[in-house]
Design a protein around this ligand. Sequence first.
Ligand code: NAP
Ligand code: ZN
Ligand code: ZN
Length: 349
Amino acid sequence: MGNTQIKAYGATSVTTPMHEMNITRRDIRPCDVEFEILYCGICHSDLHSIRNDWGNAVYPQVPGHEIVGRITRIGSEVKKFKIGDLAAVGCIVESCQSCQYCHEGEEQFCEQGVTFSFNSEDKISGGMTYGGFSQTYVCDEKYVLQMPAFEDLASAAPLLCAGITVYSPLKHWRAGKGKHIGILGIGGLGHLAIKIAKAMGAYVTVFTSSPAKVTDAKRLGADAAVLSSDKEQMRACPPQDMILDTVSAEHDVNRYINLLKVDGSLVIVGLPAEPLKVGAFNIIHGRKSFSGSNIGGIAETQEMLDFCYRHNIVADSEIIDIKEVNTAFDRLARGDVKYRFVIDMSTLK
Ligand code: NAP
Ligand code: ZN
Ligand code: ZN
């Protein structure tokens, strides 16, 4: 059948708004599936990337890595899917499959370097990968998730990045009964972290810089909410086993390290472009850890989807038309979203 020309939304430079463009999807190989994209979430990483905050943006660039769709074609060796099934792709679309980390199901740490679903060197077709702000996706079935039949499928799309990015460290640091877990920042990642940490059984305290979100944190399921600018509230906060830091901009992490128990961990998932300063005295006192976590492997992403389906967890989302995507990015930059934009991809006709 050959490669296929499809419509997408992307930017041709750092200064131009996203607009409709044509891109090519490769023909399916025996191990590949093709799916029609139904919904795509908008993550702050899409914003960092399209605005070249991290200095690695290549244009034209088509963002989108919280991708949910329905299978339209399958290769001859595909086992997991049939035409008409729901399917999803998150951040990872290729890895070496032979290194230690690929074997352990932690493809995100592949020694050969993982291929991401957008703005990543495409080792199969050449050029760069184009993301989910498009009509279809083609991917090796190994990296395609089986999407449970969520009632609100659109609001489940953000699980593909935001969901796994918080689930993986919460599980790794054993969030659960008897643990005090702090969530720093209530955005796309943070609001899902509240729901997932609660479902794991932890006592959840949220730290927000936005006064308006304090009451909302409780509605989302948090046991306690702290306005981070209020020194008294910060002082009164009980010691935390782990604080998951989802903040997208520069901020003082030492204030949160000081809230940890002995052996507690501050775990960074947010990706501000500038390095964060950690005071040595804050870490040594209480044998504390300053750590990080990057998305999660494919098997764990499937586990997270099934967990969220069982616990009825989806994002609080605002569904938009593809034509509103530039406005949505501006609003996300201002923190004006509760709590995830999801694009209804049927609007890209
Ligand atoms: P988001 O929806 O914009 O949420 C970020 C939150 O950070 C905001 O809602 C705000 O929460 C807080 N914040 C923003 N600027 C702040 C500032 N100057 N000082 C203090 N707090 C501030 O973004 P997201 O989609 O959740 O992504 C969050 C970060 O995680 C991004 O940097 C993204 O690139 C990164 N990320 C990393 C991974 C990974 O694998 N490690 C995966 C996905 C995303 P409050 O209003 O409550 O303070
Ligand atoms: Zn993301
Ligand atoms: Zn590998």
